[in-house]
Design a protein around this ligand. Structure first.
Ligand SMILES: Nc1nc2c(ncn2[C@@H]2O[C@H](COP(=O)(O)OP(=O)(O)OP(=O)(O)O)[C@@H](O)[C@H]2O)c(=O)[nH]1
Ligand SMILES: [Mg+2]
Length: 299
């Protein structure tokens, strides 16, 4: 690609409390499902980049785990991911969920960006929902702006319904510095393929299981045999206890089967070929607390 004279490029970090719609927004801006989405908070565990390149600019969006107030090894790691990324980025998008009142997590997130010199765009998300606390959110950020002298712009959006996403991209473009692209124009993510595939299974587990259980689950690709027409994948699903294994497998294996079918379809879309997917569930007590295991899983 020939780079025009005033080409713009930069890193845009997407932060916000869990479940605000950060991953939905990343996917909407890039125009492809890069990051997994679920109604359960703390879905995203990795720092995932989605890249949008045109003739005029390259935007590297970084999806982050939601900023929250839980305490364990995995949770503090996830908070750390979001916070560390703020250093050295070109722009911050703060995704606010206007269907929820300002809470402790919102205040914690605002504190995180307080010290930052970087320009912030607050995207008031889920505007498609009637019941919302937009006014309260605007007041909260106005107050922050006044007290901390942050550079803040606002925009109401609906990531799910693709409303005002173009306007948001225009606003981002305005704020981006001039610079060379970081990735070639075909690349739309740098999220390693194996983690992306493992996440497709995790997404289906989130969608098929009750609220708390998915947080006790990790998924690892055991075998990956990529043929010309067929890809064979074996996946290990780790849970903490035998009782959880029973739930994940389901009666006569029906939960695991349902998870496997949809995950396989989604993986086929990513790989553009037929997939043979084998899943097995393994009990691994307290995997969240074991640094070695976390590393192996890419956290
Ligand atoms: N009504 C509505 N729902 C939305 C919108 N954006 C996201 N959602 C829903 O909100 C839920 C959470 O979306 P995610 O994109 O996974 O949220 P997240 O901020 O990435 O969450 P974590 O990864 O857990 O921090 C999902 O059920 C989405 O479908 C929106 O604009 N309108
Ligand atoms: Mg997410």
């Amino acid at each position: 690609m020939k780079i025009p004279k005033h080409f713009k490029s930069g890193f845009i970090i997407i932060i916000g409390r869990p479940n605000a719609g950060k991953s939905t927004l990343l996917n909407a801006m890039v125009g492809e499902k890069i990051s997994i989405i679920s109604p359960i908070p703390q879905t995203t565990r990795h720092q995932i980049k989605g890249i949008l390149t045109t003739k005029e600019y390259q935007m590297v969006f970084v999806d982050t785990p939601g900023i929250h107030t839980f305490k364990d090894e995995l949770s503090s790691h996830l908070n750390g991911v979001a916070v560390n990324l703020l250093e050295g980025c070109d722009l911050i998008i703060y995704v606010a969920d206007v269907t929820r009142k300002i809470g402790a997590e919102e205040k914690k997130a605002a504190d995180v960006i307080k010290g930052s010199e970087t320009h912030v765009i607050v995207a008031f998300n889920k505007m498609d929902k009637k019941q919302n606390y937009l006014k309260q959110h605007i007041e909260f950020w106005e107050e922050n702006k006044k007290q901390n002298k942050c550079k803040i712009d606002y925009l109401p959006i609906s990531a799910k319904e693709d409303k005002n996403i173009e306007d948001l991209i225009c606003l981002i473009k305005e704020k981006l510095p001039e610079g060379m692209p970081f990735y070639d124009e075909e690349t739309n993510t740098d999220f390693p393929l194996k983690f992306r595939i493992a996440d497709q299974i995790r997404e289906q587990l989130f969608l098929n299981l009750k609220k708390d259980l998915p947080h006790s689950i990790a998924v690892e690709i055991d075998e990956f045999e990529d043929g010309d027409k067929l890809c064979r994948i074996t996946v290990a699903i780790y849970v903490n206890r035998e009782s959880q294994k029973k739930i994940v497998v389901g009666e006569k294996g029906e939960v695991l089967k349902r998870v496997g079918i949809t995950a396989r379809e989604n993986i086929e879309k990513i790989l553009n070929k037929k997939v043979f997917l084998k899943t097995w569930v393994k009990v691994l007590p307290d995997w969240q607390k074991k640094a070695g295991i976390l590393k192996q899983l890419g956290y």
